[in-house]
Design a protein around this ligand. Structure first.
Ligand SMILES: C[S@@+](CC[C@H](N)C(=O)[O-])C[C@H]1O[C@@H](n2cnc3c(N)ncnc32)[C@H](O)[C@@H]1O
Length: 205
């Protein structure tokens, strides 16, 4: 069973920032890794489900022309909207994935501290939709906590083999921190070709 909505609603009714994302050096350092690992300087379109209070959202926004940030909890989506009100490229919405998956394709999808809430069936659905929604050559970033938690179905380490087996994606970055596992994937084109690396694109090879 997926972690139920009531669990998240209760967290946000107890605290405006249940994971203290605004305060921790741990979190900022992890966001810095996430942003540094993006292989493109800029993205036209991006999707960040599970945005919580929008801290990563504001930092991603600096690299995106258009960013859709969503959360299943209205309070979280509202805080993200308030935090990004001066960033016209950001749209913050209350949406639950995979049920309310947005239309359209994206050049970047960020799945940060989200996938361990899904049971096996739903995880497969979310990953299938993710690959379908990524433009060829687009980027998927995943980053997850390595330590077991009662409400988590998996850890960053146990998600790794599932993610690396997804058809249509080529792994570009495999970052193993003691506390989190971060991957960057590129969407292959219909012929199964992997996009050029950052250095190759810039003519350094
Ligand atoms: C641990 S926080 C991660 C926040 C942020 N992505 C980060 O990395 O700092 C997980 C967030 O995902 C949201 N969430 C959980 N399941 C979701 C779902 N099925 N659809 C959309 N949001 C979801 C929760 O409400 C919560 O705000």
């Amino acid at each position: 069973m997926n972690t139920p909505n009531a669990y998240f609603e209760q967290l946000y009714s107890d605290s405006a920032d249940p994971w203290s994302l605004t305060e921790q050096w741990y979190t900022q350092r992890k966001y810095d890794h996430t942003l540094a690992a993006l292989p493109h300087r800029r993205y036209r379109t991006a999707f960040e489900p599970g945005c919580s209070v929008g801290i990563l959202t504001t930092q991603l926004a600096a690299r995106c022309d258009s960013l859709l940030a969503t959360d299943r909890v209205a309070a979280a989506a509202e805080l993200t909207a308030a935090r990004t009100r001066d960033l016209p490229q950001v749209r913050a919405r209350q949406l639950t994935i995979p049920e309310e998956w947005p239309d359209g394709r994206f050049e970047l999808i960020v799945l940060s501290e989200l996938l361990y809430y899904f049971d096996d069936l739903t995880l497969r659905d979310v990953l299938t939709r993710t690959v379908r929604a990524l433009e060829p050559g687009g980027t998927l970033v995943t980053v997850h906590w390595n330590h077991p938690a009662p409400e988590h179905h998996r850890t960053g380490r146990t998600l790794a083999p599932v993610l690396s087996a997804i058809p249509g994606l080529a792994m570009l970055t495999d970052c193993r921190d003691p506390d989190f596992t971060l991957h960057v994937f590129a969407r292959q084109d219909v012929q199964g070709r992997t996009p050029l690396s950052t250095a190759a694109r810039e003519g350094l090879l």
